[in-house]
Design a binder for this molecule. Sequence first.
Ligand SMILES: [Fe+2]
Ligand SMILES: [Fe+2]
Length: 259
Amino acid sequence: MILAAQLSDTHFDLTPRNTERVERVMAYLADLPRRPDVILVTGDITDSGKPEQYAEARLALQADIPLYLLPGNHDDRVAFRTDLLGEPASTAPINSVHRVGPLTVIMLDSSIPGEPSGLLAEETYDWLRATLADAPPEGPILLALHHPPKPVASPVVDVIALAEPSRLAAVVAGDPRILGVLTGHAHSPIATVFAGKPMICCPSTASVLGGAWEVTLPHKVMDYAPDPAIALHVIDETHTLTTHFRTVAMGGWLAEPPV
Ligand SMILES: [Fe+2]
Ligand SMILES: [Fe+2]
């Protein structure tokens, strides 16, 4: 069994609140009796792409478990590279591939600099094709990107989702090694199907974005009351993806029901 923890939409914004919530989640993961094999963070790492926000993220997201990140629409590729990853400055898409035991995790940059909506660039598709060609023939493979490639009944997110989703759908449907697609951006735990495979939206550690039945624009949109939440993906020997969603209480663990 492979256990992959997914955090998303941490929105580091130089306030203690969002940092403390990530620190609490990281402490929860570190304390698990069976720790994850990998931690994936699927975009909107910062709220506005400032170098100091990436410095905050770099401190809070330290782990002795492999941890991999991709950008979202609130991120800035240059600062993401220089201040979070410690790499040379570049505005090129931040795509990466990682091996976790038999699992291959392919992380795609769906951000469009300066835009809230998403698109996979031509060079990202070229890179994805080459990466799939190099991946182990038996799989399994998970794809991760920030923007959901299909509507998720979210009035805010559905209008800034991934453009040209049919291009990605053809790749996902056409490769039997791909188990599913992991996204962020929706600030809500969501399970659906994309190109015949599971598509899982990870909740945000920072806030919850309502569905079509609860959002009332412009005032009732984002809920900052709930505790941070994450997704925990299990990939078993049959190469099946099973996802648990977990709220990590800021008040800590209660071993007994409260009286
Ligand atoms: Fe976000
Ligand atoms: Fe986003």
